[in-house]
Design a binder for this molecule. Structure first.
Ligand SMILES: [Zn+2]
Length: 96
């Protein structure tokens, strides 16, 4: 998934998956009584997932926090998922 994205080119897809997973669990687990997760914990999990993604997915070259930058400027989401280059320092992580 997103093979040509900048975070999979830099080996950070797993961090994105953890972030998405936490946000999904936090958002949907409280809907089921058997999950043992109430809305308070669901909200905490979702926020932890979001913060994890924004803080730990960084450019190996310039340390730009890609998803934090994208949270501030939504036009960056497209390039993050489609282009193998850092939107901040333009370092290309694509295949040579
Ligand atoms: Zn960079």
């Amino acid at each position: 998934m997103f093979e040509n994205s900048v975070f999979s080119r830099t080996g950070q897809s797993w961090k994105l998956y953890i972030a998405i997973l936490l946000m999904l669990i936090g958002s949907f687990a409280p809907l089921w009584d058997g999950s043992g997760i109430n809305w308070t914990w669901g909200t905490v999990l979702a926020i932890v997932g979001y913060v994890y993604g924004t803080v730990f997915i960084v450019c190996p070259k310039c340390s730009n926090r890609w998803f934090w930058s994208a949270a501030l400027d939504a036009t960056l989401y497209g390039p993050l998922f489609r282009a193998p280059a850092c939107p901040a320092c333009k370092q290309d992580f694509g295949p040579k």
